[in-house]
Design a protein around this ligand. Structure first.
Ligand code: TXE
Length: 490
């Protein structure tokens, strides 16, 4: 069975303790590879390598760093099929999605930040005729990059690309559930000529490898994407050490449909927003709020469209819904649906395992896309993130109530608003408590825009300028112009 290794100082190496974790293909339920069960020793070696590589990488001209990152993008693109297949088997998501969304986005992440640094500018503040203040943006050193399993290479590279582009070195800790494309990335980095130690990858579990990375005194910057509870633990350790911290956490995102919307469009995008990636995207619209005058009709048509989704083998081109990522996530989803039933919810479709699966997938973690009505906003089903193919539909009476219901959770990551009224779109977008609001669309991403959450969905923003700022230290240099100093202007 294939055993993957850590990537430290430019080489693929075994974990110091020689221990491995099973890596399961969720479509078959079978272990198909081994992933290092790394500990603090592996993190130590990786941080040392990253520290050693830092001065030269930080001093390299932007054009040189850019060229290497562009080569990484080209090499991923050359092996797109291999990367897509690896992601599909590791995660259970449809191969078609890996080919058209996950891997292309990883390539874009590298290209975007590799070229962004060629156009970066910095500020100058002229203090009358007395002084010039200019802002240096300097790399911060070794960054710890911790990513989840739902969009493995997509989210890992969303951190790696800006961290490296701005001249930092990094130790990445991908999810132990989906390590394979990170392993392929390591091989690509070597081929692209990335100097040894600039990117290191340590595989393993959160409480061991991840926690050691967060607690390491030489890691000055932590970028984390994952569950809200884990984010709180990361902050608890990192904050007293004065680390710079970015937390992208969970969501319970409202998708608000007004009666004046283009209903056809709202319907088909809402189905995608609820179930794409088996509902395992932090941006999924998991609470569908629909104006009461169209509620019954909308629910009926939504259920019809949901029933038309094909749950099947992720390798099959006709599959819309693949396997859930792990047995744990699959069981959690089943428990959440039984909780919804206990809370009085009416399961309108799904709420069960598929009846027939191919022989290959008979032991896989598949679940039917599920729509639930009849639940109030305060129940656990409408408050807690499920992170599976489950959506609730809730009616509202007017705009005021729509906003109130949209904001009635502790999360604040994203929202969608469907209406033909421009005035209403602006009003509602302004009032919704979320870091990202889409009007008449969902998951339309421009990599230049700020991305992140409010409330329990996180702290800080990624994307574009925000990422370039996060991964650099702003230093003001004040240069006196010729002439007498007028006095210290405090
Ligand atoms: O995430 P974790 P899990 C949510 C979703 C899901 C829940 C749990 O609700 O059901 O989180 O999923 C590493 N110190 N999201 O358990 O545990 C871990 O190894 C340092 C939303 O997979 O947060 C992995 O690399 N690191 C989310 C990463 O953190 C630690 C996407 C995320 O794992 C650690 C995924 C620790 N103490 C899950 N403990 C989104 N918003 O996109 C774990 N890790």
């Amino acid at each position: 069975m294939q055993a993957i290794g850590n990537f430290i100082a430019g080489r693929i190496v075994e974990p110091a303790g020689g221990r491995y974790l099973d890596n399961v293909d969720p479509a078959t339920g079978k272990t198909y590879s081994q992933v290092p069960h790394s500990d603090a020793r592996d993190v130590q070696a990786a941080v040392e390598a990253a520290r050693e590589a830092f001065p030269a990488w930080a001093a390299a001209p932007a054009e040189q760093r850019s060229a290497i990152l562009l080569r990484i993008a080209d090499l991923i693109e050359r092996s797109l099929e291999q990367f897509a297949m690896a992601e599909c088997i590791d995660n259970g998501k449809p191969l078609t999605r890996c080919r058209t969304v996950d891997i292309p986005r990883a390539i874009k992440n590298f290209r975007f930040f590799a070229t962004a640094i060629l156009h970066a500018r910095s500020d100058l503040h002229a203090t009358d005729r007395e002084a010039l203040n200019y802002t240096l943006r300097q790399p911060r050193g070794v960054c710890g990059l911790i990513s989840p399993w739902n969009l493995p290479l997509y989210l890992l590279t969303w951190k790696v690309a800006p961290a490296l582009a701005t001249g930092n070195t990094a130790v990445a800790k991908p999810s132990e559930i989906t390590p394979m494309t990170a392993h392929l990335l390591a091989q690509v980095c070597v081929e692209a000529g990335l100097p040894a130690g600039v990117l290191n990858i340590v595989h393993g579990e959160g409480p061991t490898a991840g926690a050691a990375l967060v607690a390491h005194p030489q890691v000055s910057t932590i970028s984390f994407t994952g569950g809200t509870q884990t984010g709180a633990e990361v902050a608890r350790v990192a904050a007293p050490m004065f680390k710079k911290l970015s937390l992208e956490l969970g969501g319970k995102n409202p998708n608000v449909v007004f009666a004046d919307a283009d209903i056809e469009q709202a319907l088909s995008v809402s189905v995608q927003a609820a179930f794409a990636n088996q509902g395992q995207i932090c941006l999924c619209g998991s609470r569908l709020l629909v104006e009461r005058s169209i509620f019954d009709d909308f629910v009926g048509r939504f259920v019809e469209k949901t029933r038309a989704l094909t749950v099947g083998d992720p390798l099959d081109a006709s599959t819309d819904q693949g396997a859930m990522v792990s047995k744990v996530q699959w069981m959690k989803t089943q428990n959440c649906v039984s909780l919804a039933r206990d809370e009085g919810g009416a399961v309108r479709c799904g709420g069960r395992l598929p009846e027939t699966m191919s022989e290959r997938c008979a032991q896989g973690y598949f679940y039917m896309p599920t729509a639930i009505t009849g639940l109030g906003v305060d129940c656990r089903t409408n408050q807690e993130e499920i992170f599976g193919p489950v959506v609730t539909l809730i009616p509202f009476d007017d705009e005021r109530q729509a906003v109130e219901l949209a904001n009635a959770t502790e999360y604040g990551l994203s929202a969608s608003v469907w209406t033909r009224s421009l005035n209403r779109a602006h009003r509602v977008a302004e009032r919704i408590e979320a870091g990202v609001v889409w009007v008449n669309c969902w998951l339309l991403r421009d990599l230049r825009t700020p991305f992140g959450g409010m409330k329990r969905s996180g702290v800080g923003r990624e994307g574009g300028e925000e990422a370039l700022r996060f991964f650099t230290e702003a230093k003001n240099v004040c240069v006196k112009l010729p002439g007498e100093q007028q006095g210290a202007n405090l």
